[in-house]
Ligand binder design. Structure first.
Ligand code: FAD
Length: 369
């Protein structure tokens, strides 16, 4: 398959590349120290059409599709992985609302997300990580309101988002009993139970959420009642392309550091070969991510390709970041060095939006069907 980006895709990629080089890369260490990416960064990403890349223009998005999104995500992650995860989740939430929302939900939330307000994805719980079927959060209909009670964990920017897509059990056990709700920031009963102190992505907040009888109108149900599992799986399939692209961007950041080091100091053949291996993994990951993205964009089944891309790109990126630290040597062990930060930031890409094991479960199931 030949993947030559269109002029619009290249324009989105170049806008992301310029923003990453001018604004993100020079400030990524400071963002990490401050444990916060400034809100204005997301407004600026919104102005460049990067917060709702695949959402239609009629809803305020760029309407540029998933290939453009993958290209942009790679560039943003190359500059700052914490900014990239926030962009990734918000793009995913925008797409979910655009796909499953009714007109009121779509016209209310999509333009806001496109402009740089954040959207959070509240699926995971202590007993429901890889398997959402173990979910304990419940939603019951009382009159014309849903009452949601439970605890979510590891929710990216759950404390900062204007809207949270919250999964809850409405109809009995198993994955068929799940539904999905739009909960606005500040809803009474919605609290932050914990801020995680992570090894990487330290400028991106990750929180546990408590939902204590959170009341939302009946109209806050997103998609059909009982469709929560299907919505989650569809969102995660697309999200995996984003995380493959994020990992590719983080690996490229580490690779850049290794290249700069080897240009400044004579490389032995072992180092040259390791650099070649890094370049090979990066290019293979790019091809896999863009292949999955173009299949999604054409409306073809892409679960298998998204899982293959995610497992390969994230594991390859982990290896690349590790090799970059070895090549750069002592300097790369100093806190805030791009290669050091990349190594810490990249690890979680093998975990969220489905662990590497889960990607293998998906691929092998589809292969044997
Ligand atoms: C920084 C960060 C940000 C996150 N952001 C979000 C977010 O915004 N929204 C959200 O909803 N969640 C988020 N998560 C949660 C993330 O998606 C889960 O951590 C992930 O799905 C794994 O779930 P778990 O941690 O409960 O592990 P488990 O599901 O308990 O898995 C534990 C181990 O068992 C393995 N395993 C599980 N099932 C199988 C199987 N069937 N076959 C083989 N091996 C298996 C796993 O691969 C893993 O190694 C985030 C996590 C992190 C670390």
């Amino acid at each position: 398959m030949h993947l030559q980006p269109t002029p619009q895709q290249l324009q989105i990629r170049d806008a992301a590349r310029a923003f990453a080089a001018e604004v993100l890369a020079p400030n990524a260490a400071r963002f990490e120290r401050d444990e916060r990416v400034p809100d204005d960064v997301f407004v600026q990403l919104g102005q460049r059409g990067l917060m709702a890349v695949a959402v239609s223009e009629s809803l305020g998005g760029s309407g540029a599709g998933t290939v453009a999104y993958s290209l942009a995500m790679t560039e943003i992650a190359r500059g700052c992985a914490s900014t990239a995860v926030t962009m990734a989740v918000t793009n995913m939430v925008g797409e979910v609302i655009a796909h499953f929302g009714d007109d009121a939900q779509k016209t209310h939330w999509c333009p806001k997300l496109a402009a740089g307000e954040l959207g959070a994805f509240a699926l995971s719980e202590a007993e429901a990580g890889s398997d959402p079927g173990g979910m304990r959060t419940t939603a019951t209909l009382e009159g014309d309101e849903w009452v949601i009670t439970g605890t979510k964990q590891w929710i990216s920017h759950g404390d900062l988002a204007s809207v949270l897509v919250v999964w809850a059990r409405t109809d009995g056990p198993g994955s068929r009993g799940l539904s999905c709700f739009l909960v606005p920031k500040g809803a009474p009963g919605l609290g932050i139970a914990k801020h995680e102190d992570k090894m990487g992505l330290r400028a991106s907040h990750t929180v546990a959420l408590s939902l204590d009888q959170v009341r939302v109108p009946e109209s806050a149900l997103l998609g059909p009642r009982g469709a929560g599992f299907r919505i989650a799986m569809m969102a995660l399939d697309g999200g995996r392309i984003g995380i493959a692209s994020q990992a590719l961007g983080i690996a490229t950041c580490a690779y850049d550091a290794a290249v700069a080091h080897l240009r400044a100091t004579p490389a032995d053949q072992g180092e040259q070969f390791r650099l070649a291996d890094m370049a090979t993994r990066i290019e293979a990951s790019r091809s896999l991510a863009l292949r999955a993205a173009s299949m999604k964009e054409r409306g073809e089944p892409f679960s298998r390709e998204a899982s293959i891309a995610k497992a390969f790109a994230t594991e390859g990126a982990w290896a690349t970041c590790n090799t970059a630290v070895e090549i750069v040597g002592d300097d790369a062990l100093t806190l805030g060095h791009p290669a050091e930060r990349a190594l810490r930031d990249v690890r979680v890409t093998m975990i969220y939006e489905g662990t590497s094991e889960v990607q293998r479960v998906v691929v092998s199931r589809l292969e044997l069907r």
